[in-house]
Ligand binder design. Sequence first.
Ligand SMILES: Nc1ncnc2c1ncn2[C@@H]1O[C@H](COP(=O)(O)OP(=O)(O)O)[C@@H](O)[C@H]1O
Ligand SMILES: C=C(OP(=O)(O)O)C(=O)O
Length: 750
Amino acid sequence: MSSRGSYHNKKRDNCEVETHVTVKKGRYQAKNKKVLAEGPSRRSALRDDEWVRDFEGAGYDKDVISETEVKVVRQAFVCAQGVLPNPRSRQRDRGGGPPAADCRCGIFFASAVHFCSFFGVGSYRGSPLRILGHLLFRSIFKFVIMADAANGASDGVEVVPHHETYGDIHPPVKAKNVEELHALQKAATSEKVVPPAQSISKSMASISDGKAVGQRPRSLLSDTDLKVAHVLYNLSPGELYEEAIKYEQGSHITSTGALATLSGAKTGRSPKDKRVVKEDETQADIWWGEGSPNIEMDEATFLVNRERAVDYLNSLDKVYVNDQFLNWDPQNRIKVRIITARPYHSLFMHNMCIRPSPEELEDFEPEFTIYNAGRFPCNRFTHYMTSSTTIDIHLKRREMVILGSQYAGEMKKGLFGLMNYLMPKRGILSLHSGCNMSKDGQVSLFFGLSGTGKTTLSADPNRYLIGDDEHCWSDNGVSNIEGGCYAKCIDLSKEKEPEIWNAIRFGTVLENVVFDEHTRVVDFTDKSVTENTRASYPIEHIDNARIPCVGPHASNVILLTCDAFGVLPPVSKLTLAQTMYHFMSGYTALVAGTEVGVKEPKATFSACFGAAFIVWHPAKYASMLAEKMQKHGATAWLVNTGWVAGSYGTGYRMKLPHTRKIIDAIHDGSLLQAKYASTDVFSLAVPDHVEGVPDEVLMPQNMWPDKELFDTTLKKVGGLFKANFKKFEDYTVGGDKKLTEEILAAGPQL
Ligand SMILES: Nc1ncnc2c1ncn2[C@@H]1O[C@H](COP(=O)(O)OP(=O)(O)O)[C@@H](O)[C@H]1O
Ligand SMILES: C=C(OP(=O)(O)O)C(=O)O
């Protein structure tokens, strides 16, 4: 095996190794795989076990990296360097990691010392022996985790390395590691001398000493299993900046003061890895089966993953804990605790959840806890796991576990899933929508799947922003669930989106953007890392945000669709039945980047314009929406922010200024005065004129050079709607069969 791995020196002290492995399950040969990883070279000052951690995110096998693969590549790596002798020739060092049996003897001894000292046996309480025992326990515990990983704990799975190759793989992001990501940052001014980093400030030193302002004793952690050495509790943005810059390679301050950071291999959500525990108390409430986003898992597997996450967090020197609120409606706010390993995740959640006052933190008892161990993979050979990523929600335990993804959006959208369960149970409608309000109190909701324009269109200089993504509609009116926004930044410009542009300043997290190495000016057009570049900022960064983020009942309900086929009109007025039909269908295009694997717009149906996040059957949300719209006399509109003059590839995306004019016409009431004509197939009411938009753009077929192609495409899309809606035909909306029939009739007629 020593000849099988090989390596080459990367910049500075990192090395890269690639090897082929044959994965065997029991007696069956499963498949050959190519695995690439990086780690410190023999000259590096990094500890050897850093290598295993660094491995995370460095694989290119479509993110399926198991501990056993870690072991194999690591073996190849160390052998190729000649750092360790051939592991196969030495029984004890089978995994190339620390010998686990020895570690276990060590842990027994250390545990004994730890136990005696911790519980103050004899006169040891507070003595140096106690401290020694504790330190020994922690470091050996950590060592055993690494040894287990390196030794491939998966039962019955054998991984056999064979020959090595280089350079013929296609990684999901262009850079292969953090160093290369840095290199992507333009070196336009590379010959200039870059000033050295500032020395660590006193406040950082005090954090390291455990005396930071805001630090809480660990006994306040809800979970008794979690006994990390150092809890950094509700740190301020400044403190989190310092933590990120000091401890996380890839963190930088941009020219406008934002914290630029990298989320690792995952730069979008992983919906196929989102699982919900099926257990007696909640299973009858949850939508399972065809079309549902809720992939079931059992309780035992949840506990395995939870333990893995907790063990990982325990092995760290410190964790970041945020205690915050969801929902600006004081009667229905939910207390959440987020435990993370990365300062950027803590800053992200500081921005995204509602920030408590010091008084509100007195007696804070979380109602839901996230264990974010996203840096560490799940074990792919655990039951139900299909990759090294898993996002698990246990509604009864009120817990969520993240393994194998550092994309911050998982936390935000995981909490949205929780609200989508809890709020309808209380008779409150939860909405995947943006929301804003005119100066005279007229509220608009902007429903839409990711990338359709909720954030962009709800940020309007003439209106108050209530929120960009997640809301509740109760008997009291609307309220934002969150305390911040998570805007897409690709192609962001000051001219087109000034509110978002100006929000990117100190306190903002910029995820996966590329910037000039010296000036730190961000290039928002650069997609080298991902198309899904993001900015997370507190809602106060939008000048005309309404604080508290609440408003009266909605007057306009705007369904945003990003039609990649280019057959839906830029705007149409909907009847109530059409609103229900389109709301339950949730037709749109998934745009590149937001979900793993989506490279170009892809037509999709996402019930309630957010199927990935709903928990109950879509009919429940639809009937609640119908009831609220009827009661409060709201008007509904379908706005296509997608393609015109042809499908994706031939046409072009609807111009943002034109969409803005359409939204303005909805808000100033002028659109209600227009003359309407009905379209073929979908029977949508299209206005003849919108101020500031060329009339010919309003009727889609006018823009298509090939009318016949338009007709066939329109019918094709109608057929897709019908096929998708079949799964809802047997449901009654709000127990009302007549309403269901009306909704079905409001669909396309072919
Ligand atoms: N006509 C349009 N309407 C809305 N957004 C558009 C339009 N054309 C391009 N875009 C771009 O599409 C993206 C919409 O993203 P965003 O507003 O964050 O969506 P969401 O909040 O629904 O996930 C933005 O990058 C925006 O600049
Ligand atoms: C965070 C997300 O939501 P949105 O794109 O709607 O902001 C996401 O879908 O990953």
